[in-house]
Design a protein around this ligand. Structure first.
Ligand code: CA
Length: 364
């Protein structure tokens, strides 16, 4: 056969170089597709943590399915491979290829990262997606992470979180004076500005602290997760809305070197899995939170309360101060904040005619 082929080539007058080139174009894609990748993804969540950690598990599963096993990602809970908040460094240094968490955990390294997770009185899930995916936010997010050789992707959203569990009523901003509340991040800074005492308590210790009166209040996530924590047994009031986390975005991060090592089709698969994860998680939160709220109210007789409008107005003013101070201290935060505010201004004008109008009429 080989001899016949050689003779055919000779007869047809096709040169060796042409044959070589033809062979290369045929063989190269097949060779690239036989290469298998084994990656590690570290997360900030306890292993397989409902919805958030599950999102990481599913993302890895989808990548493996879509790539027919060419990219296999092992997922690690916080502390299994690196500490829960060690993920960003591990990805940045190339110790692992991927991470999963929320951008506000990296505030100490890159203060501007917080804009891509949650901002008090900032974007809800829909606007966050619009800003990052279509409104120019992603370019800024990539710029914030570029010095660390880390590439960010959106990979989920919690929707509007709960305001928190309180053992004291909040009737005016003065009720925050001396209030001991477990509330991290920018929200915590706002509570502190209101005269409260924003404390950090590890997840496993919140219930006991609330039950024993060590803290007066705590925020966590929303009805589904809060019910699992049993907070309704330790606090009188369940306040809404979560002004401090109106639509917290989750992230998947990939090390630059690892990303560049992937062929284009696997890059597309990873990005597509992140998109799917983004939609999956928000849908899970929306569906399971409303069912859990119903159970909290009707089965556990939780007293649901809304923050008075005047309190929200005051908290909003204080939030603006916190963000202005952040922007004054950090040039990158200033740049992102300006873009964020401009998008929010346009989005508010649009929402006034659309979402807000719809909400006044609501459902059938
Ligand atoms: Ca929260």
């Amino acid at each position: 056969m080989k001899k016949e082929r050689r003779q055919f080539i000779k007869k047809a007058g096709i040169g060796a170089a042409a044959v070589g080139a033809g062979l290369a174009t045929q063989v190269a894609p097949a060779f690239a597709k036989s290469k298998k990748f084994k990656w590690k993804m570290v997360t900030t969540w306890p292993p397989h943590f409902p919805m958030l950690g599950e999102g990481a598990d599913k993302l890895a599963q989808w990548v493996e399915e879509m790539s027919d096993g060419r990219l296999k990602i092992s997922v690690y809970g916080g502390g299994e491979l690196v500490p829960p908040l060690g993920g960003f460094d591990a990805v940045s240094q190339g110790t692992v290829q991927m991470g999963h968490g929320a951008a506000y955990y990296w505030a100490g390294k890159a203060p501007a990262a917080q804009f891509f997770a949650a901002v008090p009185f900032g974007f809800n899930a829909q606007s966050m997606n619009a800003w990052i995916l279509s409104g120019g936010g992603m370019k800024l997010w990539e710029e914030v992470y570029a010095p660390f050789n880390v590439k960010p992707f959106l990979a989920g959203n919690t929707g509007v979180q709960a305001g928190g569990w309180f053992n004291k009523e909040i009737n005016s901003i003065a009720d925050y004076k001396g209030l001991k509340m477990r509330i991290p991040g920018l929200g915590g800074k706002v509570v502190a500005k209101a005269g409260g005492n924003a404390v950090l308590v590890a997840g496993g210790e919140i219930y006991t602290n609330l039950d024993r009166g060590v803290i007066d209040a705590t925020e966590w996530v929303g009805p589904y997760h809060d019910k699992k924590m049993g907070f309704y047994k330790a606090a009188k009031y369940y306040y809404w809305p979560g002004w401090h986390e109106p639509g917290t975005a989750l992230e998947m991060i990939v090390g630059k070197k690892a990303w560049m090592s992937l062929p284009k089709d696997l890059q597309a698969i990873v990005e597509t899995a992140a998109y799917r994860s983004n939609m999956w998680m928000l849908s899970e939160f929306e569906a399971k939170n409303n069912a859990a709220l119903e159970e909290l109210v009707n089965k556990h007789h939780v007293q649901v309360k809304q923050f008075p409008k005047s309190v929200l107005k005051d908290l909003k003013k204080l939030s603006k101060q916190v963000l202005d101070e952040l922007a004054a201290k950090d040039p990158m935060s200033k740049k992102v904040y300006a873009h964020f505010l401009n998008f929010q201004k346009n989005m508010n004008a649009w929402n006034k005619l659309t979402e807000e109008q719809y909400q006044t009429f609501k459902y059938l």
